[in-house]
Design a protein around this ligand. Sequence first.
Ligand code: HEM
Length: 397
Amino acid sequence: PGGVPAWLVIGYLELLQVTGDPVLFPRDSRLWSQRANIPAKWPLLPMIDRPNPSITSTVGAIHRSRVAMVEPALESVDLVALRHTCEHLADQLIDTFCGRGTADLVAEFAEPLPMSALGWIFGFAEDDGSQFIGMLKALTDGSSAAGSVYPRLATRMQQLLTAKRARPGADLVSRMLTHPASCTDAEYAQDLLAVIAAGYLPTVDWIGNSIRLMRTDERFARALGGGPQSVEYAMNEVLWEDTPIQIFPGRWAATDTRLGGKDIRAGDMLLLGLAAANADPHVGRQPAENSAAADTGNSAHFAFGHGEYRCPFAAQQIAEIITQTGIEVLLDRLPDLELAVPAANLVRRPSPFLGGITSLPVRFTPVRTTRTPQLAGQAHTPGLWRSTNPQSRQPSS
Ligand code: HEM
């Protein structure tokens, strides 16, 4: 919007070069030569020019110190408990629409599931989660409300920190606060906001795009109800072919240089074309034509970035567990689920960065709320997700 100039890096090798060289191409918007020309109300400003120091906006030693605080907190999440929690959350959500025979799987499943799971991880209440959903969408989609949303989110994170200081719990925020690094509460709040913003919508879109693929692509249609493996295949295929973050802002050239045969000037902004680089014919990856299983082992895609600022591995695992568990439970409970509209009618998110769909209308044979009868009608009770079912779900196959 606004014709702001930037380079979109679409070659696989060029993207490796940019993401692998944080000295020549730092993630530092202070270098931006266009900064003075950008109107204060430019809707993408909160996403691109992050003035407050956090894990996603700092460079060098400061960035490494933020990583040293955030990564161990993410690594301390109990993944087995997270999986059980996600099964329980997915069941609760499905209970709210399974008797109807129709649903919008974006609004009723893909959006609330990761927010509730992140609420369980970070220790915020479900009421907060419902508000965060709208605010994070406004921020990432670059809506006109983006500018006013950022301070509201920051204030909510400050309040969450104050609450956790007063009453620590077994959650990620409380664990972050025990880190020996001396951060101010404002800095902790910025990191919290950055991590939740980095993780939420991409996970929503990984769920939505994977379900869409499984219900529209012949290879996965044949594997319907085919159990957890087909879900894994679809998820990996999405990371290559329909990745949640299609374009990531950004990097800034530290000096004049050349890239992909082009002259790049110091201060130019570079957008990471993650989806385009995945599709670069020089990569030599051929989508599997006959078997969904043919290409699952190849994870050399750019979906989670690369280099010093790539998505932390623990965060990738968290996103994977939420997505995989959610889809497995959904297909286990509603095995004949199908799209209720032609695939061509599905609408993409208005975001210049994310590639998810705005709604996913489906139909299925109505079923009773048999899985979590004790929870029927209570799906939105704050804190309910904490009483997780210790019994692991058996693979549907
Ligand atoms: C499908 C889900 C996800 C996708 C596709 C994704 C993708 C990415 C990408 C592409 C980056 C790199 C940005 C850059 O190079 O500047 C990134 C960074 C990051 N992601 Fe993820 N992410 C996902 C889920 C999550 C989750 C669930 C969390 C946390 C709970 C998370 C936390 C982070 C953080 C903290 C960073 C910044 C790392 C740094 O700057 O050192 N992400 N993510």
